[in-house]
Design a binder for this molecule. Structure first.
Ligand code: ADP
Length: 271
């Protein structure tokens, strides 16, 4: 077991008049090598959940254990960050160094790696993320949207985390940029054997890549199981924030991909 959450509760503005419970009663285990999709309406707690997984947020109740380390152990926060890399939404807003190279090298430098090791890591992640060497000395601000996104992801990958969490990694990209990012993520999972956790609004993307799907609803885990179970159950899909036209479209697309959806189809007639 790689990540374990035991009866986790998280409240923003804890013990202030602005308390807002974002998650409660969350129990979850994630093994090395899994590829998990997290879906749910805006405000259902997805971002909070993943920030708990790399110690950016600490639960007020319950425990989050990453590779045997409790995220409450403050001294071990670096150990947790080394193991779980979190790519935020629009990660390119966090690029700030003068050159692409420095931006990618920032994380491993912070973790105390030698210059030699850093250079090796930058080279490796550039290959993985299809970043041409020619842009390494450019300013990140000169790059295209898709390139910036890949550079930002490379910065997290350069720390060589066992698990990579991506929050809507293709938001705002065009079709080509999206395909490229998804191909890269699939390769990271298949070839580099990373544990991947993907937050996505796009169920088709989740359906095509992830094996396990977690649906959050109002700060609780509403469903946790195989993608086949969820795509055959319209109520689960509705809880994930979809509306009927989306579901019809999804059904059509999944059928084209050879998905088995008879039961799903039957139910959809009753919408
Ligand atoms: P999602 O990622 O699914 O959109 P979030 O985890 O961002 O959901 O939010 C869960 C709940 O916590 C929402 O009700 C949201 O308004 C609230 N929330 C998120 N961040 C904060 C914050 N910094 N301060 C107060 N409330 C927050």
């Amino acid at each position: 077991m790689f990540i374990e959450m035991r009866d986790v509760e998280y409240v923003y503005g804890y013990k202030t008049p602005f308390e807002k419970k974002a998650l409660s009663g969350v129990n979850l285990t994630i093994s090395k090598g899994e590829f998990i999709g997290i879906i749910g309406k805006t405000g259902s707690g997805k971002s909070t959940l993943v920030q708990l997984m790399n110690g950016l947020l600490i639960p007020q109740r319950g425990d989050v254990i990453v590779d045997g380390i409790n995220t409450k152990e403050k001294k071990k926060v670096k150990e947790i960050r080394k193991r779980v890399g979190l790519v935020f939404q629009y990660p390119e807003y966090q690029l700030f160094e003068e050159t692409v190279y420095r931006d990618i090298a920032f994380g491993p430098k912070n973790l105390g790696f030698s210059d030699e090791e850093i250079e090796k890591r930058v080279k490796e992640v550039c290959e993985l993320l299809e970043i041409p060497r020619a842009i390494l000395e450019k300013s990140p601000f000169e790059l295209s949207g898709g390139q910036k996104r890949r550079v930002a992801i490379a910065g997290i990958m350069a720390m060589d985390p066992e698990c990579l969490i991506l929050d809507e990694p293709t938001a705002g990209l065009d079709m080509r940029g999206r395909k490229r990012i998804f191909n890269i993520i699939e390769r990271l999972h298949r070839e580099v054997k990373k544990t991947i956790i993907l937050i996505s609004h796009n169920l088709e993307d989740v359906a095509s890549m992830c094996e396990r799907v977690i649906v959050l609803n109002s700060g609780k885990i509403y469903f946790d199981g195989s993608k086949h179970e969820i795509f055959e159950n319209i109520q689960l899909l509705e809880k994930s924030g979809l509306i009927a036209p989306d579901i019809l479209y999804l059904q059509h697309r999944l059928k084209m991909r050879g998905f088995k959806i008879e039961r799903f189809e039957y139910r959809i007639e009753n919408v």
